[in-house]
Design a protein around this ligand. Sequence first.
Ligand code: WT7
Length: 631
Amino acid sequence: MAESADPKPEVKYYTPDPSYRQNSWMGDYTWAYNEFLKDPEAFWAKIASKLYWYAPWEKVREWNYPYAKWFVGGKTNITYNCLDRHVLGKNRNKVALIWKGETDEEERVFTYRQLLREVNRFANGLRELGVGKGDRVCIYMPMIPEQVIAMLACARIGAVHSVVFGGYGAAALNQRIVGAGAKVVITADMAVRRGKSIPLKHVIEEAIINAPTVERLIVLRRETGRPVEIHSEMEMDFYEVTKDMSPECHPEVMDSEDPMFILYTSGTTGAPKGIVHTCGGYMVGVYYTTKYIFDLKESDVYWCTADPGWITGHSYVVYGPLAVGGTILISENTPDYPDPGIWWKMVEEYGVSILYTAPTAIRMFMKLGEEWPDKYNLNSLRILGSVGEPLNPEAFEWFYHVIGKDRCPIVDTWWQTETGMHMITTVLGEPMRPGYAGKSIPGVVVDVVDKDGKPVKPGESGLLVIKEPWPAMMRTVYNNDERYRKYWEAVPGCYLVGDLAIKGTDGNIMVIGRSDDLIVVAGHNIGTAEVESALVSHKAVAEAAVIGKPDPLKGNTIKAFVTLRVGHTPSDKLKNELIYHVRITLGPIAMPSEIEFMDSLPKTRSGKIVRRVLKAKEMGADPGDVSTLEE
Ligand code: WT7
């Protein structure tokens, strides 16, 4: 909506204690950003030179619109930087990975040395099976250490992994296996969720029926007492693969621009795209952002709650934190099982200092009340992170006060599968403005523009774009380069993100939501996300989803689906109050004409609300493929 002003007239900031800036890797944001602007190539070269390269690059960047190459001619292997570097240095016996299962007894701990040995043995096993550089390997596993080991083992030998989230069904999995032309699929017999085992192997069996490239299925059989059967013509036990393998494995020497992995992103609309990331630039991008945005230090205990099946897990569970040499916590648990205190119990028990999660989880905890986090000592927390959706002001406040105890800065990191790394956030030490993600990080140039690429006025909404190439950017869409070029063709000279945003007069950027979710009401473009964030700013609302309903007069009218926070009950009075609230916040044009109260909203497994399902239901149509949704 071009006419919308900053949604809240009063500007409110939270300023972190100055020690955060003084002690941070980044130091002063403005200074760092200017260093970048003075000489972008020197800026990135300085960061890349902190990592190990078998051969140095000849050129930092080659920009041939819309194709970029980074660290051209450089040779490296990301696993050398994630593992060997620390083992050869002083961190051999430092804890790299802690895995926590659902029950108190289930815990597995790997030092850097142990993790390297496990990765090497599995990498050798894969090589033995004929897997090598450039071969595609699909990883379909629950959140267990072997999932991380499998990813690293692929990267070790230059195989291109395509991780598929373990909650996906056979159709989605088949599409991704076929799309990538995977030679090997790595899976487990089961996942664990809320105390129950969820069988996985039959899903894979169904998914590979029409997948002719698959030569082998590697199955991790978890200790359940009732191991699934292995059909030896095609299948192999995970430990059979590593048996008798040496714990030493020479890393494949990778060219900086060799593909490293493919990750399918479905988003909320359209067919999934296989986003391709390469070895050198991706490594530098995730190393830099993990170190400087999360300020990851030697003594931190770092917990990113994402599954490695998403880009967040790739960049900020596995590759970034390991490249920096951090101690990483992962867990197969569900946030409300056995009770909604489990996360906070884990924070206390492991002394988590950096917690990175998603607004959907924060809003769920908000709904459940403060008594759960209040049972535990959260003093170890130092930095909080958010990703995946706009962190609306109410969720920001709750996270800041109830979890961070008014002490921990929040980094609301905006980025995408396509960007590979953080792009916009409030750098530690800078004043934080709830509702606003922040500014471009040093190394990145973003702006909010109209369709011709002209910057819009402060306070007006426009298209979020990226104006310069960055090291961790996707290089192409697998087998569909045309789709890649589209990102760079829509707005002259820019990478079009696909989100709507507002730039405040202070330069901070509020990301509103996907621009493909627009409703045209009486000729005005209204972002579903704008109406949703207005609804969520009401004290009774936990979550909201908005759709357009065809209307003979207005083109469309707005219908909102709303879930309520604990202590609030549906009523006609509340409906009117909410409609009035949107009127005051956004104006009469954005007012919903209908509100329906729901117990829950349909979501993707990564927590994004899927409006098309609500719309189909509303129109009495078939909702289409719902197999990739949260149950
Ligand atoms: C889309 C990318 C990047 C990891 C998770 C999702 C939305 C992401 C934020 C944020 C507002 C955000 C955008 C973006 N998004 N982070 N901090 N504030 N919106 O990856 O599935 O590729 O989705 O998620 O709409 O374009 P993804």
